[in-house]
Design a protein around this ligand. Structure first.
Ligand code: NCD
Ligand code: ZN
Ligand code: ZN
Length: 345
């Protein structure tokens, strides 16, 4: 049995670091395990311009623990009014790594998102030409579409047509949750990749709804049936270079989740690699973990892998019930549960 796993340092290709006191509390957990992270721009107000991104990047750097060796990769929040010149300028100047498409009102802090993606055609063309990745929250927002179908309908009505019309555009289909998403990624060209979260590999919708409502298992896109979880596990551990690590770690204060209208988002940063490696271990695919965690992402983004490495050991640890953050606390993914692996600092 493999007892120790050493791999090139992974990156997190989708994370929410937030701002202010919450940023201060959570950034260290991501910087401890990952070399780089694609930082989501859904602040209030959102990070829509290069100037806002430079300022947010500075706040992240200032919040990092001393001696941290971590590079935040910034994203631009696309709106109906995104200026292609500012966007591509920011990409060329190195402040933007990618741009993020939130369909309006699809998820947390997405009220300023895009209402008509047809209008963004010039932006997408400029991005394709520059080689800039489009990160996508892939859910439709139509009130009459069932929440469990929103990803599948998005694939059919938005993503497949976009990829067909502009195959040169690099698309990171983020936090995929269904067999439909996997089928699309499989059939798409090499400019389509996808991130998979640890929680969607661990839980199905029963974890959220059986024996009481479990707000700490509520995120968007919402966890689906078991058949979809199994399709995701197969995709992540199957060796395809199209899938890579993206935690979607999304902290919300405990009281904001344990509420009559609880926020969507799961905070998994403190034990992200342990949660992932447990899945690869269960699937007898530890030899494929480095590809998923450390190689496929940089390759898709056209970056070099990290030069240093990290080690995980087969040693049990219990995830804390809650973690102090921003003057209150956040309940982490797998709170109170035992994980079979530990990250070695
Ligand atoms: N995943 C979530 O449920 N929530 C994210 C937003 C997102 O990634 O959709 C958040 O910012 O809280
Ligand atoms: Zn999202
Ligand atoms: Zn997210």
């Amino acid at each position: 049995m493999t007892e120790t796993l050493t791999i090139l340092r992974p990156d997190d290709w989708h994370v929410h670091l937030r701002d202010g006191a919450m940023l201060q509390s959570v950034v260290g957990a991501t910087a401890r395990q990952f070399g780089r992270a694609i930082v989501m721009p859904n602040l209030t107000p959102p990070v829509t311009t290069a100037a806002l991104a430079w300022a947010y990047r500075d706040r992240i750097m200032a919040a990092l623990p001393e001696r941290a060796q971590f590079t935040p990769l910034m994203t631009a929040y696309l709106t109906d009014d995104t200026d292609p010149a500012d966007l591509i300028g920011g990409f060329r100047d190195g402040v933007f790594t990618a741009a993020k498409l939130y369909p309006a009102n699809a998820t947390t802090n997405s009220a300023h998102g895009v209402t008509d993606i047809g209008k963004l055609r010039p932006v997408f063309e400029a991005m394709a030409e520059a080689g800039m990745v489009l990160c996508v929250h892939g859910e439709v927002t139509d009130a009459d579409i069932d929440i469990f179908d929103r990803e599948a309908v998005f694939v059919e009505t938005v993503l497949a047509p976009l990829h067909r019309d502009l195959p040169q555009l690099k698309i990171a289909f983020e936090h995929i949750t269904s067999r439909h998403a996997v089928d699309f990624v499989e059939s798409a060209g090499e400019n389509v990749g996808a991130t998979i979260t640890p929680h969607h590999l661990h839980i199905n919708r029963n974890a959220m709804l059986v024996g009481g409502m479990r707000p700490h298992h509520y995120c968007l896109p919402v966890a689906k049936r078991e058949e979809h979880r199994l399709a995701l596990r197969k995709a992540a551990t199957g060796g395809s270079a199209k899938y890579f690590l993206g935690t979607d770690s999304a902290p919300h204060e405990q009281h904001a989740k344990e509420s009559a209208c609880g926020c969507a988002g799961i905070y998994n940063a403190p034990h992200a690699l342990e949660a992932y490696v447990q899945v690869f271990d269960e699937e007898d695919a530890l030899d494929r973990f480095e590809g998923f965690a450390s190689l496929n992402g940089p390759r898709f983004y056209g970056l070099e892998p990290n030069a240093d490495s990290v080690t995980l050991v087969r040693r049990e640890q219990v995830v804390p019930e809650s973690i102090p953050a921003a003057d209150t606390q956040v309940v982490p993914f797998m709170a109170g549960k035992t994980i079979g692996w530990s990250f070695v600092d």
